[in-house]
Write a protein that binds this ligand. Structure first.
Ligand code: SF4
Length: 351
């Protein structure tokens, strides 16, 4: 990996040994990359406007950049003109949303992350087997609404370990838990432990629902945060995995931790007495925003950057099937099963 070039130090701050510990992996995951590219390719291929239900990913910069190119973000499908094209976000949608799109004759491009789709399929299967499904996640989050919508009669949302006492099930021996993909691993396991105290025969999902990207970013922060005077997490307030990284940093020993959307939100006073600053970013954050923060920190005297790497990621997802088919047809060839494609360009065309 090439570390960002530090900017010139314009006014060296007092304090020897000032440095940045930069967590890796950080930033874009495969599901976010795919969703952002899907909107970019749709704009290129079909032309503006392309409607997008909800924020394609939870990042203000990404949404603003795509909006400037012609994406129109709407809260619900009834805001999309009949017969128009709409992209479903990486967080997934419920069957009711799909049905509403069909009723309006919309052309849909489903950018739901395949790892969210995996959880949807688990919900459908466990509901068919008549389990009570305990969905650990944040009520009101789009991903949780989408998953819960797959089997509303069978699913109840468990927000936190404190919610466990209020769970009611039909048969304590036919209960299973599943989870949102972007939770704190430790808090989720705490919730599962408490659920199992109440329901000893609680069944587990077939594989981890908290996705690889969420887990990898939390593991990197756990290694990076001890000894940091301040940890900065780049990510938007509605980004679940970004907010979790702030919590993980504090639990792992950082003296203070702040979440910011952009470098402009850095408060120099946070670093007055700091020597070591930790830096990471959520799974929906383009790298250019991290580079901006590094430049700003360099200007505050934190020019030395040390990478703390705990994993290497190379996962890529193919574009949504509907889009691949149209792109292939335009090129006069059959739709490939998988498609190698460039990375999103959002991070090199900031607004
Ligand atoms: Fe998919 Fe995980 Fe990224 Fe969400 S954070 S889009 S589940 S890879």
């Amino acid at each position: 990996m090439t570390l960002p070039a530090p900017a010139d130090v314009v006014s060296p701050a007092p304090g020897a040994g000032r440095r940045v510990r930069l967590a890796s992996p950080r930033g874009y995951c495969a599901g976010v990359d795919r969703a952002v590219i899907a909107v970019e390719k749709a704009l290129e291929h079909y032309g503006a406007p392309v409607y997008v239900r909800k924020e394609i990913v939870h990042n203000r910069h990404v949404v603003a950049t795509l909006a400037a190119r012609g994406a129109v973000f709407v809260a619900e499908t009834d805001e999309v003109p009949e017969g128009a094209r709409v992209v479903f976000s990486a967080h997934g949608v419920s069957p009711a949303v799909r049905a509403a799109a069909v009723a309006r004759s919309l052309f849909t491009i489903d950018a739901t992350c395949p790892l969210v789709t995996k959880v949807h399929k688990e919900a459908v299967r466990f509901a068919a087997e008549d389990y009570d499904i305990l969905l650990i996640g944040h009520a009101g989050h789009e991903e949780v609404e989408g998953t819960a919508g797959e089997a509303p009669a069978h699913i109840q949302v468990v927000n936190s370990p404190d919610d466990v006492a209020f769970v009611q099930v039909r048969d304590p021996d036919r209960v299973v838990w599943i989870s949102q993909t972007t939770l704190s691993v430790d808090e989720t396991m705490d919730t599962v432990r408490k659920l199992r105290e109440r329901f000893p025969n609680l069944a587990d999902p077939p594989s981890d629902d908290i996705c690889y990207a969420t887990q990898n970013r939390q593991v990197a922060v756990k290694k990076m945060a001890p000894g940091c005077d301040v940890v900065v997490v780049v990510g938007s307030a509605n980004s679940s995995n970004s907010v979790r990284l702030v919590e993980v940093a504090l639990e792992s020993g950082a003296a203070a931790a702040y979440r910011i959307d952009t470098a402009e939100e850095l408060d120099p006073a946070w670093f007055d007495d700091a020597t070591v600053v930790g830096l990471t970013s959520g799974a929906s954050v383009p790298e250019i925003l991290v580079r901006d923060v590094l430049d700003r920190l360099s200007g505050l005297g934190f020019a030395d950057v040390e990478e703390v790497r705990t994993a290497t990621e190379d996962l890529m997802f193919s574009l949504p099937r509907e889009l691949r088919a149209d792109l292939s047809a335009a090129e006069g060839r059959p739709a490939p099963r998988r498609r190698v494609r460039p990375r999103s360009t959002v991070d090199i065309h900031p607004v």
